[in-house]
Design a protein around this ligand. Sequence first.
Ligand SMILES: *[C@@H]1O[C@H](CO)[C@@H](O)[C@H](O)[C@H]1NC(C)=O
Ligand SMILES: *[C@@H]1O[C@H](CO)[C@@H](O)[C@H](O)[C@H]1NC(C)=O
Length: 135
Amino acid sequence: MKVCVFLLLLVVYGSCTKNLTMSYFRDLSKGAAAPFVNECMCQSHLNPQILDDFSKYGKIPHDPCWKCFLKCLGIKLEVLNSTGHVHVQKWADRFEHLDLSLAEKCSDFDVPDLCQKAYLMFNCVHDEYSKQYPA
Ligand SMILES: *[C@@H]1O[C@H](CO)[C@@H](O)[C@H](O)[C@H]1NC(C)=O
Ligand SMILES: *[C@@H]1O[C@H](CO)[C@@H](O)[C@H](O)[C@H]1NC(C)=O
């Protein structure tokens, strides 16, 4: 019995330490995008408050600079290229918790504007994560 309780605690503890919550995913200062956040903010003229509201409070931005910020990150991460091609495998490789099938599903947007495309891709993954992970 004691062993069972111990094992149970271990499992619960193990899943907690991973912190897989939406606020963890929204924190772009962690993870694959982190090295490019500052540069992409400058390039897209994103208001830092918008990024802050997203990371801290989960407020989904409806802002043209935000869309181009995401495009910039996509290009820096080599997930998106300048002709709009999505490198699905790379996308799944870069982000530990993104599996290939979701990346495939979320790359299928045939829109010429790459800012809009990056935005749709990002929202698609974000929506799917929201169903899987707690706030
Ligand atoms: C998980 O959260 C705890 C407490 O907030 C923190 O100390 C720890 O570094 C986090 N782990 C990861 C992998 O972010
Ligand atoms: C974007 O990627 C596609 C597929 O790999 C390739 O055919 C295309 O030439 C690339 N565009 C640029 C500008 O590199």
